[in-house]
Design a protein around this ligand. Sequence first.
Ligand SMILES: Cc1ncc(COP(=O)(O)O)c(C=O)c1O
Length: 378
Amino acid sequence: MESKLPNVGTTIFSVMSALAAEHQAINLSQGFPNFKVDGDLKDLVKKALDVEQVQYAPMPGRLDLREQIAQKLFMQHGVQVSPDTEITISAGATQGIYSAIAATINKGDEVILFDPAYDCYDPSIRLHGGIPVHLNLTFPEYRINWDELRTSINSKTKMIIVNNPHNPAGTVWSASDLKELENIFIDFPHLFLISDEVYEHLQYEGQHQSVLKSDILRSKAFVTYSFGKTFHVTGWKIGYTVAPPKLTAELRKMHQFNVFCVNNTMQWALAQYLKNESSWTGLSEFYKPKRDLFMRGMEQSKFKALICDGTYFCLYDYSAISKEPDVDFAKRMTREFGVAAIPVSVFYENKEDNKVIRFCFAKTDETLIQATKKLCKI
Ligand SMILES: Cc1ncc(COP(=O)(O)O)c(C=O)c1O
């Protein structure tokens, strides 16, 4: 049988996590927290079971959860979003992104994305006959080259995918970035947008510049979020997509034959949990000391820090230690020095190797201290 995705193999995340387990290394590779979930949220899940919330949820998601999300978005951005027609609960942001691409991309449509890019965009585009057009973020700033983006848009370009705060780069947008994108959508009104905002609460400098703040962008956008990232429950795979009614109607056509609906028990618990706004307001204050602890610990090492203004990842240049390709270096570091990280070339279509690796600092302070001690010995 001919493969639909001939170039897709086991992801580097699985490879590095397996290598970390094999060598009992500290795993700072894959992006997941190793600390406990909030006890209140756990109690709500238990309660959801006690009240038998175990059958199918409505196809677009529980209305009480969608109402809470609309309320949250209003508090965050002052925007009115209809729970009925503009919010769909998905199986993680991944399935929201997949459904948005499935709903819009036809054979031959071009989709512009920026490398280094999160790994689910490209294959989802290809599966629908689309053509991913990879532009590189500038190095070492990891910012969009807006002029290059403009000249890359043509009549076949159907969509642009952006990610802010950015994984793996750790960059965040300023208000002028949002304005640049808005100007592009004014000049090219045939375009659609996916704005991946799963790390919206993990921003350490300035305010999150959500696409929802711009009416022009919002009218063309699928904006995706993840409770996994926000509430340290990546294994639950629950997120949501915000899009205008017409786009949401098309997205739901994909969603209903893809999962139909998402885990009702967890949705019930999340709807209750969101009622307390402190469940999401203190997240950057929670993560910032972890970022600072890790970065301070690394100051005595031979690694050079790049940016870390958002997400729970930070990038480090290892060129003062080795000239090896980044994949080889990351594997050797795991085997010989006991810390696993992700080589950044894997996020590039052209495998650009700038001798940079990504560390995840969503870990207990103890783990971060142990890891930096090991990394300082390299
Ligand atoms: C940038 C980005 N988008 C989307 C996702 C997927 O989120 P979820 O686990 O909710 O599907 C991730 C997860 O790592 C991510 O880093």
